[in-house]
Ligand binder design. Structure first.
Ligand code: ATP
Ligand code: MG
Length: 330
């Protein structure tokens, strides 16, 4: 397997071609709620810290973070998915509006809450996280509403991203409706991975690829076996396995193989890096980039994101700066 190919010729031109491409994101949107403060005493009620709150904010999480990354890279973005019929759901819609994501494909469902993750952070350390969510499969009527919306929206887009956080949204029918777009890429959870058979590109992380295949990935040989097995099982054009600090590996149906190292100079916050990868990879493919180039760009984008604290997106300029720092022709 070729290792370490890092040149990203024409990265700047590629960003120019990506700008304005239309991408539909389908998946599990979450509301990330942040409570920031400081601790100066232990509660008299129980042996827990008391957080004096300084700030309180909300961001898009899960598939919403993929939409956010696509916007940061210059795409025109639509979203299809579901929120609960609650205040958090309305806040998700406001957050989409604030970054100009077309959210006509978002439905409100009555039998589940908006997925919400509340983090209480004191002195930049997470104290506790509370999750509101249901991972039950959606009801048949809601799945059909979503399928119809995806079928309506997908033909008007250059690419679709399927962002699965295993909250019960995806069905085979929704995946098939997405395939009206020329490029379809999926970031799957292992339990649902077979739903994504036949899409252009599937991009699990190494742990997910291991779980899905039953092959413990511990060296180049086991990685090759797991990647090849996924490729054969899912009949995709490409499988991209993201490997955290080890970078990413490509398995192509025509025998393409490539491994690239990670490029971050300092690592502050790795959460959401997978969302950045699927966003930039898909947008680059939509812009006509060959897979090797799309993967390199996605790897640099993820590197730029993990170098940052608190923000989960990187701009083209920030990504190009990192490409340049690696001595490549940006
Ligand atoms: N510790 C790290 N050092 C350098 N690069 C990293 C690191 N962690 C992640 N990356 C970059 O981000 C990419 C995706 O990371 P990873 O494989 O962890 O995805 P993930 O597990 O799906 O992430 P998440 O689910 O938290 O969004 C990697 O391929 C790499 O480019
Ligand atoms: Mg992931």
């Amino acid at each position: 397997m070729p290792h370490g190919a890092l040149a990203v010729p024409g990265a700047r031109e590629l960003f120019a071609r990506m700008r304005g491409k239309r991408v539909l994101v389908v998946g599990d949107v979450m509301l990330d709620e942040w409570v920031w403060g400081s601790v100066s005493r232990i509660s008299p009620e129980a042996p827990v810290p008391v957080v004096a709150v300084d700030d309180h904010s909300f961001t898009l999480g899960g598939a919403g973070n993929v939409a956010n990354n696509l916007r940061a890279s210059g795409a025109r973005v639509s979203f299809a998915g579901a929120v609960g019929d609650d205040a958090e759901g309305r806040r998700v819609l406001e957050l989409f509006d604030a970054i100009e994501v077309d959210r006509r494909g978002v439905i409100a469902v009555t039998d589940r809450p908006t997925t919400r993750k509340t983090r209480i952070v004191a002195h930049n350390q997470q104290v506790v996280r509370a999750d509101w969510e249901s991972a039950q499969a959606f009801g048949a009527a809601d799945r059909e509403r979503l399928r119809a919306l995806v079928a309506m929206l997908a033909p008007d887009h250059d690419a679709v991203v399927l962002s699965d956080y295993a909250k019960g949204l995806f069905s085979r029918e929704i995946v098939e409706a997405a395939q009206a777009a020329p490029v379809v890429a999926a970031d799957p959870k292992p339990a649902n991975i077979d739903l994504f058979a036949g899409v252009t590109c599937v991009a699990p992380n190494a742990a997910e690829a291991s779980t899905a295949t039953g092959i413990a990935i511990k060296d180049d040989g086991s990685l090759e076996r797991a990647g090849t097995k996924l490729l054969e099982r899912l009949r995709c054009r490409y499988v991209v396995v993201t490997r955290g600090e080890r970078g990413m590996a490509l398995f192509g149906a025509e025998g393409e193989r490539m491994m690239i190292p990670s490029v971050a100079r300092t690592v502050f916050d790795v959460s959401g890096a997978g969302d950045t990868v699927i966003a930039v990879l898909t947008l680059a493919l939509a812009g006509g980039a060959p897979i090797a180039l799309a993967m390199q760009l996605a790897n640099f984008a993820a590197g730029a994101v993990v170098e940052k604290l608190g923000t989960a997106t990187a701009s083209p300029e920030e990504i190009l700066e990192l490409v340049g720092a690696n001595g490549d022709d940006a």
